[in-house]
Design a protein around this ligand. Structure first.
Ligand SMILES: NC(=O)c1ccc[n+]([C@@H]2O[C@H](COP(=O)([O-])OP(=O)(O)OC[C@H]3O[C@@H](n4cnc5c(N)ncnc54)[C@H](O)[C@@H]3O)[C@@H](O)[C@H]2O)c1
Length: 723
């Protein structure tokens, strides 16, 4: 896995482990052998380490973490010591990228040069660990403490120019990297090596270390709330300045071991693989990403220029896909076009886009007030009000207007795709493309197949998701799909807790401390209390009953209508300056608890004769999360989701469930399914009028085993295939 090539007086060690030249065991062995062989050859005067293919090295082989191959000799540090102790100069020649262990290999070398387009970084923190092969001890010796702390704790990648500026590289190359490495090597032959060995030199700004650490710590605690690894990264860099090199390196090993065994890192590594597995979709008929080709999408239509339609249009045009935006009246259309232009201006302001790129996006966006204009597009996404009859009418009309091959997608958040598809003569080409608000920011796209959706249609919308940069998950149609259906239980319990003793800020605080980016009431203010109200009204209408603020039960099901009282007061959330919280118009980002809301809740309880009491934080977490977890198991049981990882990805990207807690399914697996099942049964007995507490059959089956069944095997218990 490491090619050894003699070129004149140079030994070239070319890492050859496609696709990313990961540092698997055989690569590590190959590097040690190569360095030894080159040192034993009198003809060789210098050694160049390079990557074959497009990159130098993207780091450790993450698959080895679970089978202990990562700690099989030679481990990366002993490879590194062999490199550093080489009596002949070793030059790393970086192209593409040098990440994680790849950058550590470069730091063991005596010299580092890189192509202009190369990037370097330590992404370890993103999987809850730190660069554990002396990366935290070596980098500060080149870049200084402050820069090393920031780079390692953030996991960010930097370009070659910046790496040169901060002393990480000795040269940035514009020509062929191997040729330039050979020239560079010839120039350094015979020069003393000791000052090039990072383990032998000191950290320059060591005397400032405590002050630098305090500043970095305050920033990290704010930016990465609740996360342990970034703090450990800082501590390890601090050690590099406070201890001898060897002692700091030993401490680094202790810290990485602690992180590696901790919950957050296990969850983050799980999340990394869960996200990858989500794109590997599969339908019950056997069609899958491996055997189905997507159709070409070169033009699209979006219907409705409201919150979602505008956001979806932005996602498409940003990816260079032309959009015809259709609204029913010209004023709404104008407003929608302005919203889109404003969103793109925001990107320009944040330097995520140049003014020229914005202009290009606007060029491929056309407005229209008639569906007839969509006759020639390849795909349409409907984003009008959440009303089944309206959506059916629009789909029937689209079926007549659009060419036969056009795919018809709905952004409905809850409605059954089959009921929408049946309004057309092409149900095989009807599919749900459920974006999350704000669509131009939220990374999740939940694609929903109906009973007649064809594999090609599925393949096309999955590919579209990838093209527009979304994390795309495929699920089967049912009320609310996976995201909203399971999240609704979480939201319902949060509302019930208001009726039992909590205020919105109490619940938000507990769930934010658990790790959610925002509590459910802050989210509700952001997405709009009116949106939830409209959905509840639609559900009530479909079920044929009238929902009022006095309603407590329907069909034996407990209902909370506190939010509807706020809706009736015109408190829709941030958009009206008041919702569950109040907002200062000059600072809409800061929700302020409002005593008026407390009064509404207390009045509601008094009117309904509801007793209030103090509810401990643990109960808040259990009530919200276990209710959702139970529904998640039901969703698996019904094969609405194909695998538990899909559900966790939906919660991470749709509802900001902390990646370092994995997702509701992973969380349940860590709590232990027996415990989860017992608590679900307890709450079911306590709250018999909430059907989401009826224990899922799958959860019961899994919990009944004397040993915990690993997540990867849960699916085998679906449909009674195992007891
Ligand atoms: N807002 C959210 O948080 C959110 C999130 C995910 C999905 N959704 C779903 O997206 C859809 C749209 O929601 P929204 O929040 O953008 O609603 P919205 O009220 O902001 O926008 C709907 C738009 O559709 C337009 N419209 C209505 N009938 C039309 C017709 N016949 N032809 C053309 N335009 C028409 C309206 O003028 C309005 O501008 C709904 O199905 C909703 O459930 C909403």
């Amino acid at each position: 896995m490491v090619d050894y090539i003699i070129d004149q007086n140079l030994a070239i060690l070319a890492v050859n482990n496609p696709p990313v030249n990961a540092l698997s065991h055989h690569v590590r062995e190959g590097l040690v052998e190569g360095i030894k062989k080159a040192n034993a050859n009198d003809q060789v005067t210098a050694i160049v380490i390079i990557g074959k293919g497009k990159i130098f090295c993207s780091g450790a082989d993450i698959r080895e973490f679970s089978n202990h191959a990562a700690i099989k000799d030679p481990v990366l540090t002993s490879v590194g010591h062999t490199i550093e102790n080489s009596g002949k100069p070793v030059i790393s020649a970086i192209h593409g990228n040098a990440l994680g262990g790849g950058l550590e290999v470069a730091l063991f070398c005596h010299y580092r040069i890189a192509s202009e387009s190369a990037r370097v970084g330590f992404p370890e923190v993103l999987i809850g660990i730190l660069p554990g092969a002396e990366g935290t001890v070596r980098l500060p010796r080149l870049s200084g403490l402050s820069f090393a702390m920031d780079m390692i704790a953030s996991g960010k990648q930097i370009n070659a120019k910046d790496a040169f500026k901060h002393g990480i590289l000795d040269k940035v190359c514009t020509g062929n990297i191997l040729e330039e490495a050979k020239d560079f090597a010839k120039k350094v032959i015979g020069q003393p090596l000791d000052s090039r060995r990072l383990s032998r030199i000191n950290v320059e700004d060591a005397s400032n270390v405590d002050a630098v650490f305090e500043v970095a710590l305050a920033q990290v605690k704010k930016k990465y709330k609740g996360q342990i690894a970034p703090i450990y990264c800082l501590k390890s860099v601090r050690n590099s300045a406070k201890m001898s090199f060897d002692k700091a390196a030993a401490e680094e090993r202790r810290l990485i071991t602690e992180l590696m065994l901790g919950y957050q890192s296990i969850a983050l590594r799980y999340s990394f693989f869960a996200e990858r597995s989500a794109s590997k979709w599969r339908l019950p008929c056997g069609a899958s990403v491996n055997n189905t080709k997507p159709s070409k999408i070169e033009s699209t239509g979006v219907i409705g220029a409201g919150t979602m339609g505008s956001g979806i249009a932005v996602c498409l045009i940003r990816a260079g896909i032309p959009v015809i935006l259709v609204e029913k009246d010209p004023k709404m259309l104008e407003k929608g076009m302005e919203t889109i232009s404003g969103i793109l201006d925001g990107s320009v302001k944040l330097k995520r886009m140049t003014p020229g790129q914005k202009a290009k996006c606007m060029e491929i966006l056309k407005g229209a007030t008639s569906l007839d204009k969509l006759s020639n597009v390849d795909l349409v996404i409907e984003a009008v009000y959440e009303n089944l009859e309206l959506k059916r009418q629009i789909f029937a009309q689209l079926d007549k207007v659009c060419k036969p091959s056009t795919l018809l997608c709905s952004n409905t958040s809850t409605l059954d795709i089959d009921k929408i598809a049946s309004a057309t003569n092409r149900p095989d080409k009807v599919v749900g493309t459920h974006f999350f608000a704000p669509a131009f920011i939220m990374r999740l796209l939940e694609n929903v197949y109906g009973s007649k959706t064809s594999p090609t249609t599925v393949a096309t919308v999955m590919e579209l998701g990838r093209r527009i940069g979304k994390v795309t998950v495929l699920v089967k149609t049912c009320y609310g799909f996976v995201g909203n259906r399971t999240h609704q239980c979480f939201g319902a319990e949060a509302s019930f807790l208001l009726e039992e003793g909590c205020l919105p800020q109490d619940i938000d605080q507990v769930l934010e401390e658990f790790g959610m980016a925002m509590g459910p009431f802050k989210v509700s203010d952001l997405s709009g209390i009116d949106v939830g109200w409209r959905i509840r009204q639609e559900v009530a209408k479909a079920a044929g009953f009238k929902l009022t603020t006095e309603t407590r039960y329907h069909n034996g099901e407990r209902i909370s209508t506190v939010g509807d009282s706020l809706f009736e007061m015109g408190r829709y959330g941030i958009k009206t300056g008041k919702g569950w919280y109040k907002y200062d118009p000059t600072n809409l980002r800061k929700p302020v608890p409002d005593s008026d809301v407390a009064d509404v809740i207390l009045d509601h309880c008094a009117k309904m004769g509801l007793q209030r009491c103090k509810i401990p934080p643990q109960e808040i977490i259990e009530r919200c999360l276990f209710a959702a977890v139970n529904e998640c198991f039901r969703v698996l049981e019904e094969r609405v989701a194909e695998k538990p990882e899909d559900i966790d990805v939906i919660w991470q990207y749709g509802f900001s469930f902390p990646r370092y807690a994995g997702g509701p399914m992973f969380y349940a697996s860590q709590v232990g399914l027996k415990r989860v099942y017992e608590r679900v049964c307890f709450y079911h007995e306590k709250f018999p009028y909430s059907s989401h507490w009826i224990p899922s059959d799958l959860l019961r089956k899994l919990a009944s085993h004397s040993v915990e069944i690993p997540m990867s095997q849960w699916k085998e218990f679906v449909n009674g295939s195992k007891l």
